[in-house]
Design a protein around this ligand. Structure first.
Ligand code: FAD
Length: 306
């Protein structure tokens, strides 16, 4: 029986593991992919005290730091069920059942898909989600960015410096990004912004993307844009499908937590992008992971179970 079982091995889970293990309690980490989203990230320039690093390097550093301590790291294992209780159970996809006195949920988030024909077929063949990772592949080509929130507008600004032309497609009647980003976007000569546009299909030649169709939501007219790449930037989905019915989730599917990282279930804590925390960033996930671990420890000493 673990004192603390952490589900998720991104920055939040890694921080929880380090903080728990430093209390000398029996700590385990179950992760589908240790490192989490940072594995898909290129430059990281905002992790305070580290001027510049990259995602894969950061992920290795996380793992090395965790392995400094006696932590049972179970990588490439997916949790499929949580059974709360005085001793909680976490069931894995392979049928294993792990038992723990406290659980920290840190399963993070993933890119939201647009769900139109062509998206799945051309994923990694012109359909991309990570401008930092895949932007350079479209050097000199034409791309679209779907989504006019902060991430979409940031992506468009970023890509405009690499590609020949960017078409930004927003479903609503106006962009939702911060004004400063919108100003920057509109100052760029090789960006076209299309509002009130619903993407209906991503086209290709069987091998790679060659166009995108959208419906003008004011006139219902269909239009086609010729291009080589589509970046989908319509937000993140929390990885909580496996938790429905156990811990309270927000309407966006995020785990509801209080300031201590406590969920609606006693002994179950959560941290990072999977929660209702307002900003999804590494430094924030790391702080939340530490909070959740300290709260789990507090719970253990108060319940007399440690
Ligand atoms: P994640 O990193 O998502 O980790 C979740 C972990 O849970 C993973 O190990 C995953 O495999 C595991 N998991 C998921 N479901 C299960 C399951 N059912 N069972 C077991 N394990 C599971 N932030 C910055 O601060 N600076 C940046 O420059 C920056 N750039 C970014 C660029 C990109 C392209 C992306 C995608 C994100 C970027 N972010 C950046 C955001 C940052 O990566 C996240 O905020 C951070 O990784 C969140 O950490 P987390 O531990 O909460 O979740």
């Amino acid at each position: 029986v673990f004192d603390v079982l952490i589900v998720g091995g991104g920055p939040a889970g890694a921080a929880s593991a380090i903080y728990a293990a430093r209390k000398g309690i029996n700590t385990g980490v179950l992760a589908e992919r240790f490192g989490g989203q940072v594995l898909d990230t290129l430059a990281i320039e905002n992790f305070v005290s580290v001027k510049e690093t990259d995602g894969p390097k950061f992920a290795v550093a996380l793992e090395q730091h965790v392995k400094e301590y006696e932590v049972d790291v179970m990588n490439t294992q997916r949790a499929v069920k949580l059974v709360p209780g005085r001793i909680a159970e976490v069931h894995t996809a392979t049928g294993a059942v792990l038992k723990a006195k406290t659980v920290i949920l840190s399963t993070g988030a993933r890119w939201r898909e647009i769900n139109v024909p062509g998206e799945k077929e051309y994923r990694n063949h012109g359909v991309a989600y990570c401008p930092h990772c895949d932007g350079p592949l479209f050097k000199g080509k034409r791309v679209a960015v779907i989504g006019g929130g902060n991430s979409g507008v940031e992506a468009a600004i970023d890509l405009a410096g690499i590609v020949q032309h960017v078409t930004l497609i927003e479903f609503g009647a106006e962009l939702r990004a911060d004004a400063v980003l919108q100003r920057k976007l509109r100052s760029l000569p090789n960006v076209t912004v299309i509002l009130s546009a619903q993407t209906t299909e991503i086209h290709g030649d069987g091998k790679k993307v060659n166009g995108l169709s959208y419906k003008d939501r004011n006139t219902n007219e269909l239009h086609r844009v010729e291009l080589e790449g589509v970046f989908v930037q319509i937000g993140l989905v929390p990885n909580t499908e496996w938790l429905k019915g156990t811990v309270a989730l927000s309407k966006h599917g995020e785990i509801e937590i209080d300031a201590k990282g406590q969920t609606s279930v006693p002994g179950v804590f959560a941290a990072g992008d999977v929660t209702t925390v307002p900003y999804k960033q590494i430094v924030i996930a790391v702080g939340a992971g530490a909070t959740a671990a300290l709260s789990a420890f507090d719970h253990l000493i108060r319940s007399g179970d440690d």
